[in-house]
Write a protein that binds this ligand. Structure first.
Ligand code: SF4
Ligand code: SF4
Length: 304
């Protein structure tokens, strides 16, 4: 059953795969749906912004959307005096002088506005550039049981690379709903996008396949988890050639194994199609209860 730590205060859980094949979205969906069915209002954020699939898996029809854009510096060359104050102010090396005029480089610009503040000639303005969008939906009753489940998805535009900006926008949107439990699907790896999805987590759940990649990724992911100071738990994802290695590494790092997703063809099929085990495979859903219990304990620890 749901532990008291998840029922009494807001908890933010980030679920990250330690290799590309691990089922973080499947784990996060099952956790959030089970929480909602246990009466805990929840939000589920899809941070796999290059190919979000959670909303489709839950048949959550979008009820709202918003564009995600980044801010860039735009120089009006005719107003520029060539004083170079902006060049000195930019710590990213994103603005330089060329033939006596300032030129901003979009690929380096972080939109911090330091140059804009430094320019007394008023030659720099902010410019918005679209990088993606977020969508949200609300499930009430039915799949979500007696509580509410908000689903927020981020989607990066094709050809763009600003994953962190889209993830942060999706997180901001989910924060508006202020649900007791927020679960985010984090991208794999230790990139800025992963940090954007894991920063501030009360609990970081690492979903690790017992494969070489899964174990190697677990080591790196634990390192990132330590850096952001999140209590970490591991879910062992099915079976593989490195049986027992995930548990061994987790034990050596003092990280608890919260649950094991059974290695059954029916679960593998459901994992691939993104289903809810409580509906299709109730007899094989014990790991979701174990995950609840483990997440609750870790959330309680992070509150101490
Ligand atoms: S601070 Fe303003 S005026 Fe000076 S170089 Fe930069 S853009 Fe031009
Ligand atoms: S907005 Fe910030 S990063 Fe971009 S050019 Fe200006 S100072 Fe540099």
């Amino acid at each position: 059953m749901l532990g008291s730590s998840l029922a009494l205060r807001r908890v933010f859980v980030s679920v990250a795969p330690t290799s590309r094949g691990a089922s973080a979205a499947f784990v996060a969906m099952n956790l959030a749906v089970a929480a909602a069915r246990a009466g805990v209002p929840a939000a589920l954020v899809d941070g796999e912004v290059e190919s979000p699939g959670v909303a489709a898996s839950l048949a959550a029809a979008p009820q709202g959307s918003a564009e995600v854009s980044r801010t860039l510096a735009a120089v009006a060359a005719d107003a520029c005096t060539g004083c170079a104050a902006c060049v000195d102010a930019c710590t990213y090396g994103a603005i330089r002088l060329a033939e006596g005029k300032a030129v901003a480089f979009d690929e380096l610009c972080r939109g911090c506005a330091a140059c804009l503040r430094a320019c007394t000639a008023g030659a720099i303005a902010e410019r918005k550039e679209r990088v993606g969008e977020i969508e949200w939906a609300r499930l009430v009753g039915g799949l979500a049981g007696p509580a509410v489940l908000d689903v927020v998805s981020g989607r990066l535009d094709v050809g763009r690379s600003e994953r962190p900006a889209v993830i942060e926008a999706a997180r901001r949107r989910s924060a508006v709903f202020a649900r007791l439990l927020t679960v985010i699907v984090s991208p794999a790896g230790v990139s800025r996008a992963a940090v954007a999805a894991q920063r501030g987590a009360d609990v970081l759940v690492l979903v690790a396949e017992p494969t070489k990649q899964g174990v190697r990724g677990l080591e790196r992911a634990v390192g990132l988890g330590r850096m952001i100071e999140a209590p970490i738990g591991v879910v062992v994802d099915g079976a593989g050639p490195c049986e027992g290695e995930v548990e061994k590494l987790a034990a050596s790092r003092g990280v608890p194994v919260l649950a094991r997703i059974p290695d059954r063809p029916a679960i593998a099929a459901m994992r691939a199609s993104g289903g809810i085990v409580l509906d299709g495979l109730e007899h094989a859903s014990g790991w979701v209860d174990e995950l609840f219990a483990g997440v609750s304990v870790l959330a309680g620890r992070s509150a101490e």
